[in-house]
Design a protein around this ligand. Sequence first.
Ligand code: RIB
Ligand code: CA
Length: 317
Amino acid sequence: MLSDKVQVNRQALIIDCDTGVDDAVALLLAFKSPEFDILGVCTTDGNVSAEQVARNTRIIREIAGREDVPVVIGCPRPIVRDPVEAGHFHGESGLGDLEIFEPRAPAALGHAVNFIIEQVMSRPPESVTLAVTGPMTNLAVAMVMQPEIIERLGPVIIMGGARSEGGNIIASAEFNVFADPHAAQVVFTSGCPITVLGLDATHQVRATAERRAAVRSLGTPAARTAGRLLDFAAGVAAELMDGEDPPLHDPCTIAFLLRPELFATRACAVLVETGSPLTIGHTAVEFRVDPKTASIHWVTRVDADGVFDLLLERLAL
Ligand code: RIB
Ligand code: CA
């Protein structure tokens, strides 16, 4: 286990999120992992409004004691479609039943799209890693504004889409893509090398009662918060997901960056439905591609025990 006292070649990381319950757990995992030099956390609208997402992100940052990391507010709405939210999954505040307070530290000045462009263009090529756990609006707009970032970005890991798992916000679409399908289309067809964690992957990682109890038992502020959030998600899943245990979507992006060996991927192409009212946001994940030239890799298998072992290890810090 790395100590944050040990000088390591830390991975420059930008997280772009729509802080709801699982984004919050992903942020706690990242904030507690000394392998990362978190350049900033960018926000957009998604699970709840853009204003609530920015506030939620600052709340989690304060709980984790990481006010050294800037929170940079981004696009307040999707590129084309009207905003959609997922408050039924994340609670009215977006943070389940956590106590909501006005965080001490403000958001940074400036816009997340400019922040992403400035960080990627001012640092060595492929040195900035990007994890996207919400609608891809900020990244898509940054790619349009400054196409050079497409080749200059380091590893990009995105939670979004679905293939064999259908959908979670409508029958045929996953929320992050459904919320801004045009942004997803821009990103997935950009040629940027991306690893995608769709529902096919995240539905393999369930916050079971045993795993949630293990998180709570750690007793640190981060673990208490994560345990409360996961318990809230379990209550929602019991009601809305036919009694299933809640999937751990967004933390899988951070776990992939820390322990890629826990994940299996397959080369693919991803196209997004943007026109049909019935299937808007559907991701057509095509495996019949040349693996030597394909830019997208789809996560097909996850070692869920390994992901939770990592989460427990870091939340204990
Ligand atoms: O479909 C799951 C995704 O949508 C997660 O990122 C969750 O936070 C919501 O944004
Ligand atoms: Ca999210």
